[in-house]
Design a protein around this ligand. Structure first.
Ligand SMILES: *[C@@H]1O[C@H](CO)[C@@H](O)[C@H](O)[C@H]1NC(C)=O
Ligand SMILES: *[C@@H]1O[C@H](CO)[C@@H](O)[C@H](O)[C@H]1NC(C)=O
Ligand SMILES: *[C@@H]1O[C@H](CO)[C@@H](O)[C@H](O)[C@H]1NC(C)=O
Ligand SMILES: *[C@@H]1O[C@H](CO)[C@@H](O)[C@H](O)[C@H]1NC(C)=O
Ligand SMILES: *[C@@H]1O[C@H](CO)[C@@H](O)[C@H](O)[C@H]1NC(C)=O
Length: 631
C-alpha cells in the first residue's frame, strides 16, 4: 500500500529532522501544507512573523495607493476598491483579474509569501463592475420575503466577484433601518429584525453552506468559487437619531439586543468570515472604540473567530474632527478589538503609529497576535494560500444570462402594488393588455438605467443614463408588448399632448435620484420634480400606471391620488423586464412592504409595533394580481 506508506515515511522523516534540530531550508514549513489543520497552520505561520509582518496583515489599503513596492515593503495583508474605484471605465473581467493578480504577485513574493485578500462593496451584485448583473437593493429583496432567493443571489454574486479575481465582498448589510430618512435605508432588508434575520441567507450564498456540526462563530468559505462575506455594520447602524448617517443610536441594552443584534447571531451560525464596525455611536460611544461590544460581546459571548474590520477611515472618525488625534484612534480601535483597518490611504501613518503603540506597551502583543490569528484563519480556511490567483475560466460568469434571469425574478417578486383601480372604477387597471393601438411611456426614470439601479452602481453615488449593461423599463415595455402595439416615449409630456395622443393607457416611471450614505439623508422624503408633475400631466389624459423608483417610502399621497395604479418598485437594478413581467400579468404582483409606509414625515420614526402606529400602509401590505404564468 504505497499510498499509505508514503505519508508515513514522510512523517517519520519530518520527525527525524525535528529530533536532529535541523532547520533545513528544503523542508516546506508546516503552514504551507494544506493537509495540516487550519489552526496548526495559523500557529506555525504566526510564530515565524515579525512585528512588521503582523502589522502589515492588519492593514487594508485602497488600490489607488497600492504599488508592488508598497505591498512588499509593508507586507500589506489586504486591498480594496472603494465605491467606483476600478482599473478603468468599462474594464473587462480579464483586466480586473490582471490587476488583482499583479497585486497578489507582489504579496506572494514577500519572505513568507502570505496572500493578500481583496475586498469590494458587492452589495447588490458586483455593482462597481461594468457589465455585472445588478440585483435589486436589499429593501426590494426584503419585499420578496424569500430567503432562498436571496441565497441564490449570493451564489451568483460570489461567482461574478470571483470572475474579476476578487475574494471578499463587503456584504450583507444587516442593518435594521428604523427611520427611512437615513441615506442607507435601502441597504437594509427591513425595519423588522425577523425579516433581516431571514435574509442572512445571503451569507451561505456568498460563502457556501456550513457543514453539519459547524461551530457557530467560526469563519467558513467553501473554496475558490465562493467569497468571504462581511456582516455590517456592527451594531445599531440603522437606529441613529432622525436617521442621520453615522450618528448616535440612543437605545437601551435590551433594545439594542432585541432589534439590532439578532441578525448577528444568524450570521455567526452561518459562518460569516468578517464583521465590519459601524461609524455610528451607541449612546454616545463610537462603535469603533467599543471594546465591550467588540472584544466582549462579539468575540466573547458570540464566539466570533473571524476578523473584525473597520469601515473606511472609520477609526479616524472616532475623534471630532475626524483624524484630529489619529494616534488615539489607532490605539483605541485596536484595543477595542478591531483586527483589520480599512485605512485606506494614509497607511504609513497607521503602520508607524501602531508599531509605536506596540513598542510602548500601549497595545499588547497578545492583541496583535489575536488580530493576525483571525486574519490568517480566514485566509487559510478559504484556501487562499492554495489558490491565491484568479481563475481565468470564471470570467464568463460576469453578467451571464442565468444571473440576469435570477435578477429579473427578484425584481418581479420585489414589487409592491399599492393601488390598482381603474378609470371606470369597476375593473382594476393592472395587469395591462399587451395588445393596444398606442401606449405612452413617460417619466424621468423610464429610460434611465442609472436611476433604476440607485446608489452603489458603477459610481459610489450611482449615476445617470446607460452606464452599464441592462434593460431599462422602456426597453422592457417595447420587448413585452404585442408587435402591433405602438409605444411612444415622452420623458415629461404636457397634459395636452397626452389628452390628444389617443393613448390606450400610459406607464409613468418617476422617483428618487441615486444617492449613497450621508448624501442620501433626507428629512422631507419627497421625490424631486418633475416627478409628481409628470404623473399628474400623464394621468390627466390617459389611464395610468405609476411605477415609483425609490430606496424607501416617500411622500406618496399626491402620486396615489393622480394614478389609477401605483407600484413601489424600490431600486430594481439592471433587469427592467422584472417590472413588465408583472405589469403585463405574466406574473402576479405579490411583494409585501418590508417597511411601514408613513402618512407624514412628522410621524417618523414609526415602526411596526409602536404605540403611535398609524401608517398609510402597514408593514406587510401589498395587493396581488393573478398571473398567467406559474412561478
Ligand atoms: C449557483 O450558480 C451557478 C452558476 O450560475 C448555478 O449553476 C448553480 O445552480 C447555483 N446554485 C444555487 C444553489 O443557486
Ligand atoms: C449627530 O449629528 C449632529 C448634527 O449634525 C452632530 O452635531 C453630532 O455630532 C452627531 N453625533 C454623532 C455621534 O455623530
Ligand atoms: C496588556 O496585558 C496585560 C496582562 O494581560 C494587562 O494587564 C493589560 O491591561 C493589557 N494592556 C492593554 C493595553 O490591553
Ligand atoms: C428634501 O431634502 C433634500 C435633501 O436634503 C433636498 O435636496 C431637497 O431639496 C428637499 N426637497 C424639498 C422639497 O424640500
Ligand atoms: C384572480 O382569479 C380569481 C379566480 O381564479 C378571481 O376570483 C379573482 O377575481 C382574480 N383576481 C384578480 C385581481 O383579477
Amino acid at each position: 500500500m504505497a499510498l499509505l506508506t508514503a505519508p508515513a515515511v514522510f512523517a517519520a522523516l519530518l520527525l527525524f529532522w525535528a529530533v536532529l534540530g535541523s532547520t533545513d531550508a528544503d523542508v516546506a514549513p508546516l503552514y504551507k501544507d494544506p493537509a495540516q489543520p487550519v489552526e496548526a497552520r495559523v500557529t506555525d505561520l504566526l510564530g515565524r512573523m515579525t512585528l512588521a509582518e503582523k502589522i502589515g496583515q492588519m492593514t487594508q489599503i485602497e488600490r489607488l495607493v497600492a504599488t508592488p513596492d508598497v505591498l512588499r515593503d509593508n507586507f500589506i495583508g489586504s486591498l480594496l476598491s472603494g465605491g467606483g474605484s476600478v482599473p478603468h471605465k468599462g474594464a473587462t473581467p480579464q483586466e480586473w483579474q490582471d490587476m488583482v493578480d499583479g497585486f497578489q504577485k507582489a504579496c506572494m513574493s514577500t519572505r513568507l509569501g502570505i496572500p493578500m485578500i481583496y475586498g469590494i462593496d458587492a452589495v447588490h451584485g458586483h455593482n462597481n463592475v461594468y457589465g455585472a448583473t445588478i440585483f435589486p437593493h436589499n429593501v426590494g429583496l426584503g419585499a420578496t420575503r424569500e430567503p432562498y432567493l436571496v441565497r441564490r443571489i449570493g451564489n451568483a454574486t460570489a461567482l461574478e466577484v470571483r470572475a474579476t479575481g476578487i475574494q471578499y465582498a463587503f456584504a450583507p448589510c444587516i442593518a435594521v433601518c428604523r427611520d427611512p430618512r437615513w441615506g442607507r435605508c435601502y441597504e437594509s432588508y427591513s425595519e423588522d429584525h425577523g425579516i433581516v434575520q431571514s435574509m442572512t441567507e445571503l451569507i451561505p450564498g456568498l460563502q457556501g453552506e456550513v457543514p453539519k456540526g459547524f461551530t457557530s462563530g467560526m469563519p467558513y468559505v467553501a473554496g475558490k468559487n465562493k467569497v468571504a462575506a462581511c456582516a455590517k455594520h456592527f451594531v445599531g447602524d440603522g437606529g441613529t437619531v432622525n436617521g442621520i448617517n453615522e450618528n448616535n443610536t440612543i437605545i437601551n441594552q435590551e433594545g439594542l439586543m432585541s432589534i439590532h443584534m439578532p441578525a448577528y447571531l444568524n450570521a455567526m451560525k452561518m459562518g460569516v468570515s468578517t464583521v465590519m464596525i459601524s461609524y455610528s455611536s451607541w449612546n454616545g460611544k463610537k462603535m469603533h472604540e467599543n471594546g465591550d461590544l467588540i472584544n466582549g460581546y462579539l468575540k466573547g459571548k458570540l464566539n466570533f473567530k473571524g476578523f473584525v474590520i473597520s469601515d473606511w477611515e472609520g477609526i479616524d472618525r472616532i475623534t471630532n474632527p475626524a483624524g484630529s488625534d489619529y494616534s488615539y484612534s489607532v490605539k483605541a480601535s485596536i484595543n477595542a478589538g478591531l483586527d483589520m483597518i480599512m485605512v485606506p490611504n494614509n497607511f504609513q501613518s497607521f503602520i508607524s503609529l501602531l508599531t509605536g503603540h506596540v513598542n510602548s506597551g500601549a497595545i499588547n502583543m497578545s492583541r496583535i497576535d489575536d488580530a493576525v490569528t483571525r486574519i490568517l484563519r480566514v485566509k487559510f480556511t478559504m484556501g487562499l494560500f492554495e489558490n491565491p490567483y484568479s481563475d481565468p475560466s470564471m470570467a464568463g460568469y460576469l453578467g451571464n444570462k442565468e444571473h440576469r434571469d435570477l435578477a429579473r425574478e427578484a425584481v418581479r417578486k420585489s414589487l409592491v402594488l399599492l393601488k390598482n383601480d381603474g378609470k371606470a372604477s369597476d375593473k382594476p387597471l393592472l395587469p395591462l393588455p399587451k395588445k393596444a393601438t398606442k401606449i405612452l411611456v413617460a417619466g424621468s426614470h423610464a429610460d434611465n438605467l442609472g436611476y433604476q439601479c440607485g446608489g452603489w452602481t458603477i459610481e459610489w453615488q450611482g449615476d445617470t443614463g446607460r452606464t452599464t449593461v441592462g434593460t431599462t423599463i422602456l426597453d422592457a415595455v417595447k420587448a413585452a408588448v404585442d408587435p402591433s402595439t405602438s409605444v411612444v416615449f415622452a420623458e415629461n409630456p404636457d397634459a395636452d399632448f397626452v389628452k390628444n395622443g389617443g393613448f390606450s393607457y400610459a406607464i409613468v416611471v418617476v422617483g428618487e435620484h441615486p444617492y449613497t450614505e450621508t448624501k442620501g439623508d433626507n428629512l422631507n422624503l419627497t421625490i424631486p420634480e418633475p416627478g409628481l408633475s409628470t404623473v399628474q400631466a400623464v394621468c390627466s389624459g390617459a389611464p395610468c400606471a405609476t411605477v415609483l423608483i425609490s430606496g424607501r417610502p416617500v411622500v406618496v399621497q399626491p402620486l396615489l391620488a393622480a394614478s389609477d395604479a401605483l407600484v413601489a418598485a424600490w431600486l430594481p437594478g439592471s433587469e427592467g423586464q422584472g417590472i413588465t413581467d408583472a405589469l403585463f400579468g405574466d406574473y402576479g404582483f405579490g411583494g409585501k412592504l418590508p417597511r411601514t409606509w408613513f402618512k407624514s414625515v412628522d410621524q417618523l420614526p414609526m415602526n411596526y409595533g409602536d404605540a403611535h402606529y398609524d401608517p398609510l400602509f402597514p408593514l406587510g401590505y401589498g395587493l396581488t394580481t393573478n398571473a398567467t404564468k406559474a412561478y
